[in-house]
Ligand binder design. Structure first.
Ligand code: HEC
Length: 196
């Protein structure tokens, strides 16, 4: 290679390097708002919840009666209730989030009329959010919570009784405080919290 071609090769590779760096920088600095992140998390969480209820519980337990679903699923070797699977996933995410300090977020399934007391609203903002999505199920609720010192987005999305089994179980469970739910009612909400 003569001097000129060496310089050209050097120039091209430098430009490529700069370009890769510029791309890396823009990937890192791309602006995703906390609301967009909450909406995306909600899509995934909700899809998993729906698929488990429909494809696993409704089909294997209710339709083909191959395996039961029960609250004491570990002892009884049954499937977990959809809300339990949700909580196990959320608790596992909590553990992972605790081990790093880059990204702080959590999610939970809550209600104004919870079967499990711990699933009640945590503070006024969550209460407002659950009331809002009960009234407007199609619209998410967003608010900022600064009570913990940091700025935290609280996003709430309606959790709707899409099958009779939701209604039957929630109306008859011994710890239920509401017994007149009907199909399509909002039973609670998915609450997502993101520190930013
Ligand atoms: C066989 C009974 C059963 C069925 C079916 C059922 N749930 Fe639940 N649900 C429960 C129990 C028990 C809990 C509390 C679980 C926990 O956190 O340990 C719960 C929790 C919840 C919560 C959180 C608030 C609370 O009540 O503790 C919501 C919201 C909820 N379920 C909605 C639904 C929806 C929507 C469906 C249908 C897709 C459904 N559930 C199906 C029994 C049931």
């Amino acid at each position: 290679m003569n001097k000129l071609s060496v310089s050209v090769v050097f120039l091209i590779s430098s430009l490529c390097f700069l370009n890769v760096n510029a791309e890396e920088e823009s990937i890192d600095q791309a602006k995703f708002s906390p609301v967009m992140m909450a909406d995306a998390l909600h899509l995934v969480i909700e899809a998993n919840r729906r698929v488990y209820a429909k494809t696993i519980v409704d089909r294997l337990s209710n339709k083909h009666e191959i395996i039961g679903t029960s609250e004491h699923f570990l002892d009884e070797r049954n499937l977990a209730l959809p809300a339990q699977l949700f909580r196990l996933g959320a608790e596992s995410v909590d553990e992972t989030v605790k081990q790093q300090d880059k990204l702080k977020f959590s999610y939970s399934l809550k209600s104004l009329w919870p079967i499990r007391k711990k699933n009640g609203a945590q503070g006024q903002i969550e209460k407002d959010g659950l009331e809002y999505v009960s009234e407007y199920p199609e619209e998410p609720f967003y608010a900022n919570d600064i009570s913990g010192g940091d700025k935290e987005l609280v996003a709430v999305y309606a959790d709707i009784a899409r099958s009779e089994s939701c209604v039957d179980c929630h109306n008859t469970h011994k710890l239920s405080t509401v017994r007149n739910f009907t199909l399509g009612d909002v039973l609670g909400g998915i609450v997502i919290r993101i520190n930013y």
